[in-house]
Design a protein around this ligand. Structure first.
Ligand SMILES: [Zn+2]
Length: 74
């Protein structure tokens, strides 16, 4: 799948990236995009992914490609 990206040395799907951000399973996830920002912890590249943790909620998650930093727009 072309949507897969490498995060912390592992290839992840949009769903897997959303689960890393959420720390739990998600119902649906959109394509991974490059966020226009750097990681505040290590300066690495940050990816963004829109996902639905529940059927009624849509969240944009951010995850560093190089370290464990993550954030959402909640
Ligand atoms: Zn980082």
């Amino acid at each position: 799948m072309a949507d897969n990206r490498v995060v912390e040395g592992r290839m992840v799907t949009p769903e897997k990236l959303a689960e890393l951000v959420e720390g739990d399973g998600v119902m649906d996830a959109e394509a991974i995009e490059d966020a226009d920002r750097d990681c505040p912890d290590c300066g690495g590249d940050v990816l963004s992914v829109g996902y639905m943790p529940t059927i009624t909620e849509f969240v944009t998650g951010y995850k560093c490609q190089d370290c464990g930093w993550r954030e959402t727009d909640r």
